[in-house]
Design a protein around this ligand. Structure first.
Ligand code: ZN
Length: 245
């Protein structure tokens, strides 16, 4: 009894009301299960449907996802494809992690570091003219913008054409139908990470430095493909750039 008395009165009210509700609703002959879209006889549902229902209850979309959707209102975003893209394009866990940080807006650019008192200025490391947001650093800065122009032109010289290059494609992935889909998205992801690394080092991105970086990645993937006996897939992905190195 002492234990019951120690419970707060509002807890006791909740317990009493839930007991009453159970009395009003006797256990049915056929047990029903509450899925997201209503109650169903348990005999009619599959374990996969129940699993997915639990999954939906546990999954909460990240707040950054809503912010991105709000920012690009005119674009229908397939988030499943966006989240799985880095796993399709690269084996490099650092690159996958970097894209995860972009999608969750947790890349530490100067505007954030300044708010935390960890940078002497919120301005861009490259141009020092505008606050260094993630959008500015990766896309809008005149330095990054020039870098991407050079990258696109280099890709074009090697018969890799990106029809619609824009900010949202750069951030989330380029989903246009193309035989070079994997390579294009890998290069874009590498480019974003390369810009970020240059920023951290306090030096400017260059096409020459970027090509050297891609060459190193090519050789790492070549080594892995050899080990896994997947050389044909590797050469199919990289065939247009092999001659460019
Ligand atoms: Zn800038």
């Amino acid at each position: 009894m002492g234990l019951v008395h120690s419970l707060p009165s509002d807890w006791k009210t909740i317990i009493r009301s839930s007991v009453c509700n159970n009395e009003k609703r006797p256990i049915p002959h056929t047990p029903y299960v509450n899925l997201n879209c209503g109650f169903f006889p348990i005999s009619d549902v599959t374990s996969k449907q129940i699993y997915n229902s639990f999954l939906c209850k546990k999954q909460i979309p990240p707040t950054a996802q809503q912010k991105i959707s709000d920012k690009y209102l005119d674009t229908i975003i397939n988030w499943k494809k966006v989240y799985s893209l880095p796993f399709r394009t690269t084996l490099d866990s650092k690159l996958r992690e970097f894209q995860y940080k972009i999608l969750n807006n947790i890349v530490f650019t100067n505007d954030k570091l300044f708010r935390f008192g960890l940078s002497h200025s919120p301005n861009c490391t490259f141009c020092n003219e505008e606050p260094e947001s993630l959008e500015h650093l990766l896309s809008r800065c005149k330095v990054s913008s020039e870098f991407w122009k050079e990258v696109l032109s280099w890709l074009k010289e090697n018969n890799i054409v990106i029809e619609s290059f824009n900010e949202i494609g750069l951030f989330l992935g380029i989903f246009e139908e193309s035989e070079d889909f994997l390579l294009i998205n890998h290069v874009m992801l590498l480019g974003k990470y390369y810009i970020y690394v240059r920023k951290c080092l306090g030096s400017l991105p260059s096409l020459r430095g970027f090509i050297a970086r891609i060459w190193r990645v090519y050789n790492i993937e070549l080594h892995i493909a050899r080990e896994r006996n997947k050389l044909a897939t590797h050469f199919k992905k990289w065939e247009k750039l092999v001659v460019a190195f």
